[in-house]
Design a protein around this ligand. Sequence first.
Ligand code: ATP
Ligand code: MG
Length: 252
Amino acid sequence: MIEVRDLKVRYGARVVADVPELDVGEGECVAIVGESGSGKSTTLLSLLGLTQDAEISGHVRVCGVDVLTASPRRLREIRGARAALVMQSPQAALSPATRLGVLMRRALKLHGVGTAPSAGGTPDEIMDRAVEAVMLDREILRRYPHEISGGQAQRFAIALAIALGAEVILADEPTSALDVTVQAEVVAVLRGLREERGLALLLVSHDLALVSTIADRVLVMKDGAVVESGPAARVLAEPSHPYTRELLEALP
Ligand SMILES: Nc1ncnc2c1ncn2[C@@H]1O[C@H](COP(=O)(O)OP(=O)(O)OP(=O)(O)O)[C@@H](O)[C@H]1O
Ligand SMILES: [Mg+2]
């Protein structure tokens, strides 16, 4: 689903993300952890060709598309529908004057979901099921983006991905220490989807403990570099890099 080799993302002369290898297969979950500014979001955005003003080199394949050489049109086909991004603050990306239900209906129409009679139901049925899958009340579809919390906005973004039939979700977790319960909620939703639908997940978090409850493999980033990677259980039990040990010791 995701295949990365020798990825380097530069802003000007500065390399802000250097990822030699990152693979996420069907039904797998890989997590990227690291302190603020370590290059986690930059890595995630570059996988969908969403970085601005960055120079990117290496090989990136997402859902069979070579992201760094694909045409904008080909990228738009996978973005959103097949590979969905759940952003750190999704509310900012939602059009403020549009109700969430209207927004979701438009997205379904744009990607031709729910138009064929056999396509898993009417748009309304697909929307209801998707909202239910992320444990939101259907009433949320009548609200405007500013009327929901950050955690609800993230779950709405996941619902949108489900409605569109995404195969891969790339999720950038809220980094505020105050948001620990919200983060746990979002992770619980993702874990369920992965088990039920075989979704591939690439999750970004600063919280190693939380990540250990869902990830198969972990990449630890510091100052743009991957300092350690491997099976989540191993990295947590026997961290080989001092920085990973530091992250573990910082846990409550
Ligand atoms: N558009 C940009 N132009 C220049 N530098 C950028 C840009 N976006 C990010 N950076 C820099 O790249 C580095 C990595 O940023 P990134 O957002 O990937 O960190 P992060 O690990 O996601 O941090 P956080 O946990 O705070 O979200 C930072 O030093 C940041 O200042
Ligand atoms: Mg970030």
